[in-house]
Design a protein around this ligand. Structure first.
Ligand code: R5P
Length: 292
C-alpha cells in the first residue's frame, strides 16, 4: 500500500520556463508519433541531425561480394564508428553480437538475385522486425522499372502501414530502373514517390542538382555510395551531398571495400557530422590508415 504519511507538495514547476513548443529536429517528422521520433533519434545524431549508416545488405542480391566475405570479421570492426547498421536479418543475427546497441535498419524486403531478374521482392514479417528490435525497416522501390515498379511500391506501402502501426520508421531504397537516366529529375521523382508513400527516410544517389532532390523530399535523405571509388572521390561525393542538404549516408562498398575500412568510415563520419572538407577528410583517412 502507498505510504500516505509523507505526500510532499511539488515545488519545482519551472514557472519561468515555458514548456517547449519547438518542433522535432528532423524535417517532416512533426506529425509523427513519439515512438517513431524516438527511433529516428537513435539513428540520426541529435547534434548534427545526420547519420552514417553502414550498409552491408548486398549479399541477399549478390552473395559474398568483395568486403563482405566474412561479416563477422570485416563489418564487426566497423560497428563502433557507424551510427546505424543496415543489413538483413540473417547477417545481423548470425554475425553481429546481440550485445551491440547500435540501432538497426533492417532490410525488410527480400527477393530475386543478380542471377535472374532483379527486384521481384516480397516482405519479411513485421514480427521479425519487432523481435530484432529494429529502429527502422528498409524496402526497395524500383521506380521506372516496368516489370517491378508496381509490386515494389505495393510492398513499400504495406511496410509503411506496418511501420505506422508500430511506430517504426520505414526507409525507401530507390533502385535505379534499367532505362532511367541517373539525373536529378529521376532521383527527385523516385525520392518524392518514397515520401508520398510514407517513407520517414529516403535513400537515393547523389547527382548533379541534388539540392533539388533534397528540397522536394520532405523527409531526411541519405545517399548510397554506389560502386567503389578512390577514397578522395568518395569523400567528395559525401561532402557534395551533405552540402546539398542530405542528412547523411547509407554507405557500403566505399567503406568495406576500402584498403582501410575503419579509417574510411571515420573520414566519412567527419564529413557527415563535422562538415569536414574532402581533402582534410582524406588526410584524416591517410593518417588513420598509416596508424594501422
Ligand atoms: C542496395 O540494394 C543496397 O541497399 C545497398 O545497401 C546500397 O546500395 C548502399 O550500398 P553502396 O554504398 O555499396 O551502394
Amino acid at each position: 500500500m502507498a505510504d500516505l504519511d509523507d505526500i510532499r507538495d511539488g515545488d519545482n514547476f519551472g514557472l519561468n520556463t515555458p514548456a517547449s513548443t519547438s518542433g522535432f529536429y528532423l524535417k517532416g517528422m512533426d506529425g509523427s508519433d513519439w515512438g517513431l521520433k524516438n527511433r529516428m533519434a537513435r539513428i540520426f545524431n541529435p547534434e548534427s541531425g545526420r547519420t552514417v549508416m553502414l550498409a552491408f545488405d548486398h549479399g541477399f542480391l549478390m552473395g559474398p561480394t568483395s568486403g563482405l566475405e566474412r561479416i563477422d570479421l570485416g563489418i564487426r570492426s566497423l560497428v563502433d564508428y557507424a551510427d546505424c547498421l543496415m543489413g538483413t536479418r540473417g547477417m545481423i543475427r548470425s554475425c553481429i553480437p546481440a550485445g551491440c546497441t547500435k540501432p538497426v535498419c533492417l532490410r525488410t524486403d527480400t527477393g530475386t538475385t543478380i542471377l535472374t531478374e532483379m527486384n521481384h521482392n516480397t516482405l519479411i514479417s513485421e514480427e521479425e522486425a519487432i523481435s530484432m528490435n529494429a529502429s527502422a525497416m528498409a524496402a526497395m522501390l524500383a521506380i521506372g522499372d516496368a516489370a517491378t515498379e508496381a509490386s515494389t511500391i505495393a510492398n513499400f506501402s504495406n511496410l509503411v502501414d506496418i511501420g505506422n502501426t508500430y511506430s517504426i520508421p520505414v526507409m525507401g531504397v530507390t533502385a535505379v530502373g534499367k532505362d532511367m537516366a541517373r539525373d536529378a529529375r529521376y532521383f527527385g521523382l523516385a525520392s518524392r514517390v518514397c515520401a508520398e508513400n510514407g517513407a520517414s527516410i529516403v535513400k537515393t544517389y547523389y547527382t548533379e542538382g541534388f539540392e533539388k532532390v533534397v528540397a522536394a523530399c520532405p523527409v531526411p535523405v541519405v545517399i548510397a555510395g554506389g560502386k567503389k571509388l578512390p577514397e578522395l572521390e568518395a569523400l567528395e561525393l559525401c561532402y557534395k551531398a551533405i552540402q546539398c542538404g542530405a542528412s547523411g549516408v547509407d554507405m557500403g562498398r566505399n567503406v568495406f571495400q576500402s584498403d582501410a575500412p575503419t579509417a574510411m568510415i571515420q573520414a566519412v563520419s567527419a564529413v557527415v557530422h563535422k562538415d569536414m572538407k574532402p581533402q582534410e577528410a582524406f588526410d584524416l583517412f591517410e593518417t588513420l590508415k598509416n596508424e594501422g
